[in-house]
Design a protein around this ligand. Sequence first.
Ligand code: ATP
Ligand code: MG
Length: 391
Amino acid sequence: MKEMVLCKYGEIALKGLNRSTFESVMQKNIRHRLKELGEIEYSRSQSTLYIEPAEDVDIDELIDRVSKVYGIVKICRAKKIEKTMEAVLSEQTTDYLSEVLEAASTFKVNAKRADKHFPLKSPEICREMGHVICERFPHLSVDVHDPDVTITVEIREKNAFVHPDAVDGAGGIPIGTSGKALLLLSGGIDSPVAGCMMAKRGAVIQAVHFEAPPYTSERARLKVERLAEIMSGYCGDIKFHCVPFTKIQEAIRDNCKEEYFTIIMRRLMMEIALKIAEKEDIQCLVTGESLGQVASQTMYAMVCTDAVSTLPVFRPCIGMDKSEIVEISRKIDTFETSIEPYEDCCTVFTPRHPKTRPVLADVEKEQARFDFAPLVEKAVNDTEVKYIKLY
Ligand code: ATP
Ligand code: MG
């Protein structure tokens, strides 16, 4: 029996002239994630990518990996059979479906007849297949409106495929079709979610993390690297920049008014991120901020931080409640790691009363008390780079 995996595209199908570019980028992304699972053949037709693994490939693992690839909305395991009604109705085919059918109490059959020369029309295929299933599994009854399981018979150009319900794919569009983004990645819940949301819309993600040893520990940094590793299941390989930020934070502490610590720190983070983005030919910065979540995430504060940036700063979580962000972070599997209790450089020298309504001119004046440029330059030069890969 030949088992295959069929992947249905979502939005790519609507891409008109760019469609084949989108399809090949997605196929390349999938190939990259599956390459060391064994021998696998790929083909494409009618908004579907057909993945045909050799016998020894672990299909559960394959599906797990594919379910994290953006650009696919549905994934199903399917049996590839000869394009005849005998094969569709054979015992081998019902054997293949027996596990799901035995667990169900109602079912329906759905037929897709892409080959219009196939002798039976869709309603006839459904009727015959339904009949065979009822005979073999007498506990089942047909429910066309709300069945426990839908069996689909697809009649394609060369073969037929039979499969039970599909599982959801990750949605979105393929990574590599929307430019590059630099994610400011902390150890918290929000920024990994923000990064994956941008990747979902096709951006290649690089990450920058600011650390302040000895105020922040080696373990805090390892936690962030682990987060990037989990993200890479969705985002693909991530170039990870770790910036030594201690000297800058100490200079802020020693030279600026306490109520401005956080806002000035954020502006300097942006400045450094911009320099990295420029070197890497990246088109935007991304943060995990959500409007009003904390004092530094007011509109006033964002005006002051964005004033530094020559690139757009995207904040995909901006309109989300914490609970909504948490829901996504559970889905992408970063939540449990994010809540591990390690310090972040933002929690070093936090002001007791941060300004929630900073005024740009005042912030600039306060920041001008010290010449941060040489420290910024040095931090960029001393940044460590690492390539994070999950597989
Ligand atoms: P998160 O859950 O992403 O840590 P948060 O709710 O803790 O966010 P802040 O600490 O105010 O919020 O940080 C806001 C954003 O600033 C983060 O989402 C992240 O994009 C960026 N950021 C904060 N700390 C760091 C850091 N140490 N390195 C890189 N980026 C950071
Ligand atoms: Mg944080």
